[in-house]
Write a protein that binds this ligand. Structure first.
Ligand SMILES: [Zn+2]
Length: 241
């Protein structure tokens, strides 16, 4: 069992290094995803902002027009008093009526503009909240990643030193074989055999081999998945001992 215990240690150390490395490899993709999400939200916000500004300007313009025409009506009304002839008087009245009617249409337009303006204003606030949320996450994650990046290589280096230390206790050819299985079996190279089956691939282990596992302190591998297997008592067996 001594060698197997060392192999279990080795697997643990190699597994940690592998997980760290995987985490590190994922970072550029994660950053790119966050960045593109941020840019998407930003573009959406800017487009809404543009729309909002345009509507705001149109609204002001319309309000100014209406105001001007109202003044015109007021001035014309004042002028009515000083008009001498009926002809001129009716012409002026007609003009006032025309201006009033145009203004009614303008007010309708203003109402529709106001509705669109308010809708854009609401959407703008939503887009702003979306953008703030994503940019907050983005910044937070980048600070986290920057801090993490510094320690990654450090941690991987430490694990590598530990891996060499553990591996030195074993025969180099066994280590090479183990590393090969580790790669092929996705980081699981040494597993328990329990109740006549391999816990790595769940295939049965012949009683002959299973008995050897119980008795011998030698390295045996599962005939199906090639993982190193070691004997582990089931709860019932353990209780019976
Ligand atoms: Zn197996």
């Amino acid at each position: 069992m001594e060698q197997v215990k060392i192999l279990i240690d080795l697997q643990e150390v190699m597994g940690q290094a592998r997980r760290l490395d995987e985490e590190k490899q994922k970072i550029p993709f994660e950053v790119a995803d966050l960045k593109s999400l941020f840019e998407e939200r930003e573009a959406s916000f800017l487009a809404t902002e543009q729309e909002f500004e345009t509507l705001k300007q149109q609204r002001r313009e319309k309000e100014r027009e209406i105001e001007e025409e109202r003044d015109k009506v007021e001035r014309a009304k004042a002028k009515l008093m000083s008009i001498k002839t009926n002809k001129e008087y009716y012409a002026m009245l007609k003009e006032i009526e025309g201006t009033r009617r145009t203004n009614v249409a303008r007010e309708e337009e203003l109402l529709s503009l106001l509705a669109r303006y308010e809708d854009a204003e609401k959407r703008l606030a939503e887009r702003k909240a979306d953008l703030d949320e994503v940019s907050g996450k983005y910044r937070e994650r980048m600070v986290d990643i920057d801090a993490r990046m510094g320690s990654f290589d450090d941690d991987i280096g430490k694990l590598d030193a530990r891996r060499r230390q553990v591996a030195n206790k074993l025969d180099p050819s066994l280590v090479r074989r183990f590393e090969m299985i580790f790669e092929r079996r996705d980081g699981l190279a040494v597993v328990a055999a329990r109740d006549y089956s391999c816990t790595g691939c769940h295939m049965n282990i012949a009683p002959q081999l299973f008995n050897l596992l119980q008795r011998e302190d030698r390295i045996h591998t599962c005939p199906n998945c090639n993982r190193v297997v070691y004997y582990e008592a089931t709860e019932i067996e353990a209780a019976g001992e």
